[in-house]
Every structure is written in structure tokens, then in C-alpha cells.
Design a protein. Structure first.
Length: 247
């Protein structure tokens, strides 16, 4: 029974403080919209694909050659983001960023058991992203023979500028603002309710304080006062009172 009463009281608090919850939710959405559309810097990405060829030139493709090429991709990933490749990319493109900053813009991925891997570059400019991706792939291909004494990488897809930003995610950010605003509104509603130590009903007086309730005075609204049928008598003027006093 106590749990049911507690749930009812919780819903009553939410209903009572609904204005706070709605306002906090709207503020959360507004803050998320301001960040998404006016503060956050859009980022774009471009991807270049490379193929690791079979290590031996023969008429029949051996499974061992494929497995070797797939395993080499993990090594190639480390080489691409290393200084030996990215320093040359920075020099060729005259990039005014550090090796670490450029490395953070690059992500390399591959599917399981696939000889194809991708170099994906993220930048605030879609054309710069494509240029960096293509240059990185070219520099890696040209230097691979000197690094590992193998020449088994082919660029099969050039990166192209993609003018559609990958971030920020407008819908996701607004949804996050909506949820966070609503949660903050509910939290403030319960906080204000628990900090409110005023007497709200007769139950508090009787059960908590142990006093006897002698009665209840209801507060009348303006409409009730107008519709109660009573009219206030007009106040007599000073002249009328003085005339009656002389009589």
C-alpha cells in the first residue's frame, strides 16, 4: 500500500511541477540547437581504398598468399600512421600541423579476411580531407618497397570530396538535449518539492505533528467571489454622513 501511495505522490509531484519540467526540456533543446548549428564545427571525411596483391606472381593464387596479404594489412596500418609516411605527407602538402594531429585525423579499417583496406581522413574542409587521403595512399605506395622490400599495394579507389558533413549529428544532438533537459527538469522538480517545508495538507498536521485538525478554510477564486450572489454596499460619502449627523 505504501508503494502505491509513493507512486501516486511521485506522479503528483511531476504534475505539480510540470511547468519546470517543460521549461527545462525546452532549454535543453535550445542549448543543443545553439551548439549544433552555431558553435560546433562541421567535419567531413574522404576515403581511399587500397588492395594488397598476392606476394608471388604465379598463375594460381595460393591461399597462403592471401592469408599473408591479409596479415600484412595490420603491419601496413602501423606504417601509414607512423612518422615515415605522415612526415612526408605534411611536407608535400605543406601542412601546418603536427604528426600527432595528422595521425588523429586518419583512421584505417579493413574487413575480416579481405585484402582491401581503407584510409579515411576527417577534416573541417571536405577538399582537404580528400587531398590528405589520396596523398597518404600515394606516399605509402611509393615508399613501401623501400621500407619492406615488397611492392604489393595498389590504389583501387581515390578519395573524393564529400560535402555532406559527418558531424555534428543534428538529430542526435537535439535528442540528447531533449532527454537531458527532461531529466534535469524532473530532478529539479523533486529537489524543489523536497526543499519545500510548507504545510501542504491536513495529513501532515495530523500524522506528522500529531495535532488535531479543527477545520479547513478553503480559498475562493475570483470567479467564485463574483458568483456568490453577494454585493458589496457602496460606501457613503462624507456629505451624507454629516447630513445625517445634523438631523
Amino acid at each position: 500500500m505504501e508503494e502505491e501511495i509513493s507512486l501516486v505522490e511521485l506522479f503528483d509531484i511531476i504534475k505539480k511541477r510540470m511547468a519546470w519540467i517543460i521549461n527545462a526540456t525546452l532549454i535543453g533543446v535550445l542549448v543543443a540547437a545553439l551548439y549544433t548549428f552555431f558553435i560546433a564545427v562541421p567535419e567531413y571525411s574522404s576515403t581511399t581504398q587500397l588492395l594488397v596483391n598476392r606476394t608471388q606472381q604465379s598463375e594460381v593464387i595460393q591461399q597462403a598468399d592471401i592469408n599473408t596479404n591479409v596479415q600484412l594489412i595490420n603491419t601496413y596500418k602501423d606504417i601509414i600512421v607512423g612518422p615515415i609516411i605522415l612526415d612526408e605527407v605534411r611536407e608535400d602538402l605543406d601542412l601546418d600541423i603536427s604528426h600527432g594531429a595528422l595521425s588523429n585525423q586518419i583512421s584505417i579499417s579493413s574487413e575480416a579476411n579481405s585484402q582491401v583496406f581503407s584510409i579515411r581522413v576527417t577534416d573541417t574542409n571536405p577538399y582537404d580531407a580528400a587531398t590528405i587521403a589520396n596523398t597518404t595512399a600515394t606516399v605509402f605506395q611509393e615508399n613501401l618497397d623501400g621500407i619492406m622490400n615488397v611492392d604489393n599495394v595498389t590504389i583501387i579507389s581515390q578519395g573524393i570530396p564529400n560535402v555532406t558533413p559527418i558531424s555534428p549529428n543534428n538529430t542526435l544532438n537535439l535528442a540528447i538535449g531533449l532527454v537531458l533537459g527532461g531529466m534535469i527538469g524532473v530532478g529539479l522538480a523533486f529537489l524543489f518539492e523536497f526543499l519545500d517545508n510548507t504545510v501542504k495538507d491536513e495529513k501532515f498536521i495530523v500524522e506528522e505533528l500529531g495535532w488535531t485538525s479543527l477545520g479547513r478554510i478553503s480559498e475562493m477564486t475570483v470567479d467564485e467571489l463574483k458568483s456568490d450572489g453577494k454585493k458589496v454596499l457602496p460606501e457613503r460619502s462624507p456629505e451624507t454622513r454629516s447630513a445625517r449627523s445634523r438631523v
